[in-house]
Design a protein around this ligand. Structure first.
Ligand code: NAD
Length: 250
């Protein structure tokens, strides 16, 4: 393990164009369950599809009840040692971008610059009107939900929805293209806490590897890219990333 950490630290210092890809596993140490581990979010609720949200008030109410049960916790969660380690790396000028599947906003909360975060699935802390696209402050929406308005609407009459990609909703083209371009052009690509099963995110490490980057993975379970990576660490994101960044600093 010590040798693997030293090798990753050395590559980070050498590479220059360093890109990190994060999934739900980077946030479990902040108390947010991932999807696919046992007892994860998946097991508890049926997802509401985008067309159901747009066409039925009952579905919008179901969606928001689910959001209150699952995402209130996300809104209150704090960045953990893994998020903080990446923010330290950015301050050292050694992190070009973080591509994330997460919707929890914890990379922003750790102090990473907004322009260096590419959110493939959006952000549940941002509430957007599906008609006029305006953002409504989350506190306003929480107040309305608490008062029993379980399908809140914008002043324009449009439906308010967390700015995340729901099942059946199109992926954000600009973000996906930016993520692909960064992955193809980087020299070092690190995956943290993802099963790498969801497309198009799952392609990013392959783009990186095909572009000649050094590929490292820190994850507690298997991924389809384990065999092609240069270094694989089966460890907890917070502990491992903290040690890597300490080593980079030395
Ligand atoms: P996933 O749930 O499919 O996989 C998470 C992976 O992280 C697993 O392989 C697990 O073994 C590993 N893991 C768990 N804790 C870890 C830790 N402390 N250190 C290292 N590895 C750890 O997650 P995914 O691949 O990101 O995809 C699921 C989808 O779920 C994404 O699309 C994402 O949008 C969404 N999601 C987001 C959040 C969030 O924003 N925090 C939470 C749950 C799900």
């Amino acid at each position: 393990m010590k040798e693997k950490i030293s090798l990753i630290a050395q590559k980070i210092k050498q590479a220059g164009k360093n890109v990190v890809f994060t999934g739900a596993g980077i946030s479990t140490e902040s108390g947010i369950p991932d999807y696919r581990s046992q007892g994860g979010i998946w097991d508890k609720f049926r997802p509401v599809y985008f067309d159901e949200f747009m066409s039925s008030k009952d579905s919008r109410e179901e969606y928001w009840r689910r959001w209150v049960a699952l995402y209130q916790g996300i809104v209150e969660a704090q960045p953990n040692a893994a998020h903080m380690a990446l923010a330290r790396l950015e301050k050292m000028g050694l992190l070009q971008a973080v591509i994330t599947q997460n919707i929890d906003g914890l990379h922003q909360a750790s102090g990473l610059a907004e322009e260096n975060i590419i959110e493939l699935h959006g952000n549940t802390r941002r509430i957007r009107c599906m008609s006029c696209r305006r953002i409504t402050p989350i506190a306003d929406v929480q107040q309305r939900l608490a008062a029993g308005d379980m399908a809140p609407e914008c002043e324009c009459g449009g439906f308010l929805k967390p700015d995340t990609i729901s099942f059946g909703q199109a992926m954000p083209v600009a973000e996906v293209e930016k993520a692909a371009a960064l992955s193809q052009a980087c020299n070092f690509f690190l995956v943290v806490g993802s099963t790498l099963l969801v497309q198009p995110a799952a392609h990013m490490p392959i783009y990186a590897k095909n572009g000649g980057a050094f590929l490292a993975i820190i994850n507690l379970s298997d991924t389809p890219c384990d065999d092609m990576c240069n270094v694989l660490i089966r460890g907890k994101a917070g502990e491992v990333l903290k040690q890597i960044v300490n080593e980079v600093e030395r």
